[in-house]
Design a binder for this molecule. Sequence first.
Ligand SMILES: Nc1nc2c(c(=O)[nH]1)N[C@H]1C(S)=C(S)[C@@H](COP(=O)(O)O)O[C@H]1N2
Ligand SMILES: [Mo]
Length: 311
Amino acid sequence: MSIFDSHEITPEALFSARRQFLKLGAGALVSASALSNLMASMPLDKALRYVPSTNPHGLVLNTLEQASNYVNFYEFSTDKEAPVKLSAKMKTSPWDVDFLGEIEKKEMLEVDELISLFGLEERIYRFRCVEGWSMVVPWIGFPLSKLVDYLQPNSKAKYVKFTTRYDPSMFPDQSKGIFASIKYPYVEGLRMDEAMNPLSFIAVGMYGKRLLPQNGAPIRLVVPWKYGFKSIKSIDNIEFVEEEPKNTWQVQNPKEYGFYANVNPSVDHPRWTQAKERVLGKFGKQNTLSFNGYEKEVGHLYAGMDLRKFF
Ligand SMILES: Nc1nc2c(c(=O)[nH]1)N[C@H]1C(S)=C(S)[C@@H](COP(=O)(O)O)O[C@H]1N2
Ligand SMILES: [Mo]
């Protein structure tokens, strides 16, 4: 059976397959293994094929309803629920991501190409917003380190800078010019060793399916030991740079937000305590954990740094 016989093949899958055949070159012989890799990477519906998480921290999951109906996505609205409806028609496929800066492979790759290059796995992570709410989400994607290795950064690449798409026809708040809620495009950054830490993750899905628009479709960052604002949504490009990038919230309010944004219950935000958090869907509060519960995995990255100064 040819892969094109199936009536289940979606337009996204065809697009991805076509791109990959074009890359192989006209008339190229396609080996049986190349073909099966290609088929394995093609989503037959919205469900994704991935290696499930063993939930090593034994976390209790929030529901998809909770995680997708209370969001922060300023490009649509500063309201927590409004982005759900405002993003309903967002066109998230095909979606090219540009790779720029101090790397060998300055390429542009479509999200499905990234999926076929790196495969998919599930990661169940705590997620803590600086505003004091939290949740546990089963993300689907691949480790950021796989992507970094593939792009082959050179010795000048000290930081990774992520930028959300700038498209005022897609994002209503971007079309408000000087009346926009924040400066666009949204930018975030990681130090290279943070990016290479096994926890740093690029998500294309959650709860077994593609990301919903309001959660940052079709591709976002997830850095579970940092406040949620580091986990930038709807990534347009990733650039490898020498200098520490100025991230959006630091530019917006440098007294309140820094570059690192590591979850730290003993360093309060100027306007609210960080000692406790409210889990979405639960009554009462729980204690916030140092590095959001990932101190063992990431504490060494900050040895000798004053975490009050580098907040
Ligand atoms: N482009 C972009 N990325 C963003 C944001 C945003 O407004 N725009 N909000 C951030 C904040 S403050 C948080 S807490 C998380 C929220 O992710 P969620 O809505 O999927 O829970 O996304 C982060 N990424
Ligand atoms: Mo946040």
